[in-house]
Design a protein. Sequence first.
Length: 176
Amino acid sequence: MRKLKITELNRLTPDDYKKAEKISLVVVLDNVRSLHNVGSVFRTADAFLIEKIYICGITAYPPHPEIHKTALGAENTVDWNYYENICDALKELKSEKYKLLAVEQAEGSVSLNDFIPAKQEKYAVIFGNEVKGVLQEAIDMCDNCIEIPQFGTKHSLNVSVTAGIIIWDFCRKLNT
């Protein structure tokens, strides 16, 4: 085995990325405090060609050097919008016929293992604050909640890790 050089990876240029067909997935970040988490989500969104990121509440948005540190330029390729209030963002997504899914431990949530996205649907996944999670008023607007099965002593994962798992899983399921 030999590690590939950057020039051998055949990555899209930023212009080609903008023109590429995206998966019908929008990520909503609400009140995410860590700029490193925001940058990491941008980078993951770029890697899996998601449609857009909606940034809400106190979540920082580009341009910002701390976001750039982990996004490594993905903040310039992935489309994004800012909303002061998450409910406004979710109303817009609903009006555009997106299925809204909070990523949260909740009564009646569906395990990510069991969730099968329909290829003809558009989805928005909502990630909340690192401590408080997704706001109940946002959950009330959602079609469902999905949760990642966990087996250890901790009851949550870092929001950027959670986003990575969810985005990868959607991409895998929608591209098979």
